[in-house]
Design a binder for this molecule. Sequence first.
Ligand SMILES: Cc1ncc(COP(=O)(O)O)c(C=O)c1O
Length: 505
Amino acid sequence: MVTLSVSMIRQARCTTLRRLQPFARGYATPAGAELKVSNQFLSINTRSLNRATQPNTSFKSVTHYDDNAPQSTLDMIHAHTSYLLNTYARPSILFTHGKGCKLFTTSPSSTSSSGVQEYLDFTAGIAVNALGHGDEQIAEIMKDQQSKLTHASNVYWNEYAGELAKLLVENTRKQGGLGLKSDSAPGTGAKVFFSNSGTEANEGALKFVRKYAKEVNPSMASTKTAIVCFTNAFHGRSMGALSVTPNPKYQEPFAPLIPNVRVGELNQHEGLEELIDENVCGVIIEPIQGEGGLNEGTRDWMIKLAKRAREVGAILIYDEIQCGLFRTGKMWAHSGFPLEAQPDIVTMAKPLANGFPIGAIMVRDHVAEKISVGSHGTTFGGQPLATRVGAHVVSRLSAPEFLSRMNDTAAHLDTLLERLPKLFPNIIPAPVRGRGFMRGIPFAHADAPAELVKRARQRGVLLLTAGKDAVRLVPSLTVTKEECDHAIGVIESCLVTMEEDGFGK
Ligand SMILES: Cc1ncc(COP(=O)(O)O)c(C=O)c1O
């Protein structure tokens, strides 16, 4: 029996790659040199996309092996497993730096360039890095603020928490959301509390709805405590947020959770009155579900839901942690909803400081009035470093030129995605879900999403699964048309290989 060492296997693979895929060599060179080659990649891909009725097959060969990291990296990963709690299943890929929508596995200045691999990131750190990786303006701001003041606690004021809160409220007034009217006076209508993550934002929002109900209906203080959430929702993993995340896999090991949570069905009109009765103090919903599979409440149903919540005096929370802050092309996924379907509270996090931890709860005045000194608090939330970065991010994302370029690119992505169910009707049985840069490709076969994510990663494109049936695309909002062409070209090639392997039969 012949035993092959890891390096022999890699060498053999590289030789095969060189023979089969001349352009794949770009991925084995240092970052700077790679870019030129990757543009060649893109132009080939764009040409082949012109064939409307045929899938792109340019990327059928594997170029990025999951175990291709240098031995030193593999050793480091192995050593780290002795110290890190094992809560994530992940391939042996260790990213050291990124630029725009690209991620790289090792530093270009490392002594060996052979291990450098470039990936096109269509995950943006799970819908986080709206302005891409390695943004120089953000780096400058962080450096400057770190050297001045990172944190001094909420015992005192700082320069940036109020600035970011103002940007959030006034942009919401301008661009639509939270029921704020565009002609209402600045500084009125809503207020913001800063947290450190999405989960914490939701946790705070759940506390606020309980407090609001007790203050407004003291005679029902012990009965008006129920909270309504919906199937396939994801709101976080702390005890409160987990209690409104009705996924048995996440919940069962930690039961009992907080009591008095009711679970409804998305878009089910029947039974809404019973679900949301007088004992309900709050309703929490993602206008577009992220982790749950890119499912969306229909316009009619969202109006009915919001009306019913108002009828019984329940506070409506829109969790826009994944779908908010311009990912759908507007500031909020609910920006275009009619007044009747506007919420009382919006929670946000992920892209707010482009990856630096921050979350926020934005509440309308009638809720804000019930929140007083001591109602809630945090050590880090609203610190000058996070909120200064946040103010910079929101200013850039809300600039009309940014939004117009982004929406133009999103329309281009739309045309590419529309092809997929037509090209692969047996694998992709329905149109792609979601809006803007939050898209979900639905699959007929339960194993297909994870398989596509793996095959795309092995061809240098990072994707995510979502829910039971979808592959999720949530790239940085700075993604280019060429990068969309490349990502979809790789997806099409992978789907061809999956078809060949019997998916869709
Ligand atoms: C809609 C939604 N809510 C809440 C959360 C939890 O946010 P975090 O992971 O920042 O705590 C997430 C995270 O994926 C999310 O997508």
